[in-house]
Design a protein around this ligand. Structure first.
Ligand SMILES: [Zn+2]
Ligand SMILES: [Zn+2]
Length: 164
């Protein structure tokens, strides 16, 4: 039992790394066409960005089915992926973007930092020069602000590009 739980927990933690890298290099890279909807004003309840969540759910289900077909402990890896998806929905959609009818206020220090950091992520329009790609981990807000300032000074942020 301990081993299964360890697999579950390690997957859960590792998924934040996977999620951060996927957000930075896939969602803000070649997968921008689907993620763009999340960086634009919301028009309806669903966005094409939600397809990433569908992909995550399919991966979790696939792993659980595979593990249960005699390939343990992959079902626990799948459970970890599913757990991460659930926490993502609660933290990102619920607490940070407040897309729910019930709008919990981020009072806890960790949640406030996550909230502020992700707001700064959304402050950068477009796919480039964005900051703070984590969903459950955020660097200190002051650090992100410095990073934003640096890109603005380099002229790569918002506004007109300097002539070369
Ligand atoms: Zn983004
Ligand atoms: Zn967001």
């Amino acid at each position: 039992m301990m081993f299964k739980f360890a697999v579950f927990l390690i997957t859960l933690v590792a998924m934040e790394g996977v999620g951060t890298l996927a957000h930075k290099y896939v969602m803000h890279g070649w997968g921008w066409c689907l993620h763009r909807s999340h960086h634009e004003p919301h028009l309806g309840a669903l966005e094409t960005n939600d397809l990433y969540l569908v992909a995550l759910a399919l991966a979790a289900i696939g792993l659980i089915v595979f593990g249960n077909a005699g390939h343990a402990p992959w079902q626990w890896v799948g459970a970890g992926v599913a757990g991460y998806g659930l926490i993502y929905v609660i933290a990102h959609d619920g607490i940070v973007h407040r897309q729910w009818p019930v709008r919990p206020r981020p009072r806890h220090r960790y949640l406030r930092r996550l909230y502020e950091a992700h707001r700064l992520h959304h402050q950068v329009k477009g796919r480039q020069n964005s900051v703070s790609f984590g969903f459950l981990y955020a660097p200190p807000v002051a650090k992100i602000e410095q990073q934003l300032q640096r890109t603005a000074e380099q002229g790569e942020g918002c506004g007109p590009q300097p002539r070369v």
